[in-house]
Structures are given as C-alpha cells and as structure tokens.
Design a protein around this ligand. Structure first.
Ligand SMILES: [Zn+2]
Length: 131
C-alpha cells in the first residue's frame, strides 16, 4: 500500500477527494498530507446547495489533524470556489472541517474530550484537602 492510499484510508476520504502527497519530517516529528480532488467534479454552493462547476481555487490552507504515531499531522488543500448563479463566487465547505476552522473535525472532537476530562479532574476534590 502506498503512503497516499494509506492516508486516504485513514482519513476516510471519499470521491472526489484523494491524497496527492505525504511528507514525513522525522526531525520535526511532523507529517504533512496534501489533498486534491478529481477533475471535472461539480460542487455545491454552500449557500443554496445548487451544483456548480469549479470557478477557481482558494489559496492553500492547513488544518491540524490527529497525530500519526506522535508526529503532529497537518492536512493541506486548496478548496475549490464555485460560481453560483444566485450567490456568486463561494468557497465550498471542506468535508473534514468547519468553515474557517484551523482544525479537522476529528481533532476538534479530541480537543473537546480532553478539555472535558481536564475540567472534570479540576472540579474533583483533592484527596489531601479532604484530610
Ligand atoms: Zn448558491
């Protein structure tokens, strides 16, 4: 299995998205994964969900994802922009993150879970205080 196929499977990517490149930097303990989409795909306007062809692509963005074996992992992609007849040029919503977020859904879930656990621990009475 190639690294691009491995990451496509791990990320649960669906058509039209696929992994173009995976780069491992062991010294930096970092994995970077570049996503791309198939050609000729019609996307939907984020405002009205009407299908529209690609107008162009936004600049490359980066999303923090779950670690890969203790290596910080980042996804990169240039999101397509569509030209909706009703709403004009709009950027599509990525399948892996909320619009405008710097984190993937799965990383956000981990963050929320970690913060909830930490909050619960902080609220629990300290055994030493109980005497
Ligand atoms: Zn629209």
């Amino acid at each position: 299995m190639r690294d691009t196929e491995l990451y496509a499977a791990l990320l649960k990517l669906h058509h039209p998205w696929r992994v173009r490149e995976v780069k491992l930097d062991l010294a930096a303990e970092r994995v970077d994964v570049w996503l791309e989409h198939a050609e000729g795909v019609k996307w939907t306007c984020p405002e009205c969900s009407k299908a529209a062809p690609v107008y162009d692509h936004a600049d490359e963005r980066e999303w923090r994802h779950l670690d890969t074996c203790d290596c910080q992992t980042f996804l990169h992609a240039r999101l397509p922009r569509v030209n909706c007849p009703d709403h004009g040029i709009r950027q599509i919503r990525p399948a892996w993150a909320n619009p405008g977020s710097q984190f993937t859904f799965r990383f956000e879930v981990l963050l929320i879970k970690t913060l909830k656990e930490r909050r619960y621990r902080n609220l629990a009475p300290d055994r030493n205080e109980l005497g």
